[in-house]
Every structure is written in C-alpha cells, then in structure tokens.
Design a protein. Sequence first.
Length: 189
Amino acid sequence: MTHIAKPHCREPAAVAAERALGRCFDWLGDGRAVPRPVTLRPRPPALAATLTVVDQEVTERTVARLSQEEGIFDWVGVYWLVGDTLVLGPYRGNPTDHDRIPLGQGVCGSVALTGHTEVVPDVRTRPGHIACDLNSRSEVVVPIARDGRAVGVLDVDSNTLDAFGEREVAIIEQAAREIAERADLANHA
C-alpha cells in the first residue's frame, strides 16, 4: 500500500500560535483564517460516574498515540456506550458536533450494536454514515469490548479514500483491545 503524505498548508504565525493553544480555524476562500466558535459540552453525569481518571488517561494516551504515529489517521476518537447512546470521549482531530450517537445509527452505532469491526473505504457510499469531519473519506470503527460485549467504539477517519489496509486495521483493533484491557470498564452499563 502506498502512503500518501498529507498536504501541508502555510498559515500565518499568529494562526499557528492560536492553533498550538488548541483553537480551531476555518479557512476562507480569500486565504483568511476565522476562529471557529468553540462549544464546551460538560461530560454527562452517567459517563463521569463510570470512568475513573485512570480510564481517561489510558484512553487519551492511546488516542493521542494513534493520531501522532499514523499520518493517515486524520480523526481518532472514542465513543463510550452509555445506555443506548454512544457518548464522545477523548479524540484528536477537528471538532465534531456528533458528541452523541444513538445505538445502531451510523458506522459507530452499528459497530456498537454488532460488536464487529467495520471498514468503510468510501464514506460517501455508505448509507447512514455520520461524518465527524466533513473532509473524511474513509473510516474504520472497532468495538471496545469487555466480557463479550461492546462498551464503546474506537473511531478512526482519514481524509484519504480507501486509506485502511490490513496493517492499519490491525493497529486500530490492537489499540481497542489495549483500551479495554487496561481500563476498568466493569462499571459501564
């Protein structure tokens, strides 16, 4: 499989400094950058009650590692199953409005329901696809399973069409197993 390098755009130093602080920008057609409004969403009480600090640290480290080590992974995040809804946990990539996904909807909801990995070579052809990032072209979603049931999903998107081969899928599945094994998920209902 040929690795396609991500294009790098030049941005003004002020924008780069703001981006380093975690602020996101939208690029206008004339080359100007406009700060993207940030909506802070409180962690849902049900999720906060079930995850320990160690759980969050393990998950955040794994998400960060995948995002940093695999250049083709443009959006990496975890959704935890809380009741019949997937709730967004730690992620790396552009902000998303999809912080809650009903069980069975989209790729993430389907994987949480079936407990089976789904690879989507072209998200624009997958019925019911929910885009975390509008630039996304392909996706892999892997269940985070404990005692034979999904307690969450690891969602990885790429802005490259058909970006996920056997190697990438194996890396993502291993990361999901690491999250499940190291995190105390026994309290997830």
